[in-house]
Design a protein around this ligand. Structure first.
Ligand code: ATP
Ligand code: MG
Length: 181
């Protein structure tokens, strides 16, 4: 079985800025540089045959290049027990649209849509314990960070290997936008 998801990869410069924000939270497990990405659709564990079908199927998706601007911080989990700190997307419509195209296409391989509503985000850290007052401080401190928009010219199919040290991601395929080849 292989664990798959589709994602937008971030330019090095964007990753550098995100990395520079990391720190100052006792119970946070920060994403490494190679782990930073924007998930378009989580696929999960599939067998090798289906994985190959998915790899080919995703080539039928047609989308135009678009600009993406990372902006703002948010939390998954409850207020009392946050699980994840993430960076949001300023105008997420093109990302949502691409995610929907992928979901529609994956139906042809028999994969049902995800139950939860799609939220465009880049995970920064997992939170493993109680950060007390540090978390509001972190959000306050970094809320106004500014990243330049960047052009998205492809999306990727990624394989995830989970281990005790965290997830290790490998790009299996790249799908260029129209005219971006
Ligand atoms: P770990 O699970 O070890 O903490 P991870 O979450 O980074 O690491 P995966 O679980 O393989 O690695 O997830 C790959 C990507 O898909 C991540 O961006 C993750 O946030 C996202 N993801 C995982 N599970 C789901 C899900 N059920 N729905 C939506 N996105 C998911
Ligand atoms: Mg996970």
């Amino acid at each position: 079985m292989v664990r798959l998801f589709t994602a937008i990869q971030l330019p090095e410069t964007q990753k550098e800025v995100l990395l520079s924000m990391m720190g100052g939270l006792p119970h946070a497990r920060w994403q490494g540089k190679d782990q930073l990405h924007l998930t378009l659709r989580f696929i999960g564990e599939v067998d090798k045959t289906l994985a190959e079908e998915i790899r080919l199927l995703l080539f039928t998706i047609s989308f135009s290049p678009f600009h993406l601007c990372l902006q703002g911080l948010g939390l998954f989990g409850s207020k009392r027990k946050p699980r994840m700190i993430w960076v949001g997307v300023e105008k997420p419509e093109p990302v949502i649209s691409l995610s929907q195209k992928i979901t529609n296409s994956l139906r042809q391989a028999g994969l049902p849509p995800e139950n939860r509503k799609f939220k465009a985000h880049v995970s920064l850290a997992r939170i493993k314990g109680n950060n007390g007052l540090k978390l509001p401080w972190f959000l306050e401190e970094h809320q106004g960070f500014g990243l330049d928009p960047f052009k998205v010219t492809e999306f990727t199919l990624v394989q995830s290997h989970l281990s005790h040290t965290g997830a290790d991601y490998k790009i299996l395929e790249r799908y260029p936008a129209k005219g971006a080849q």
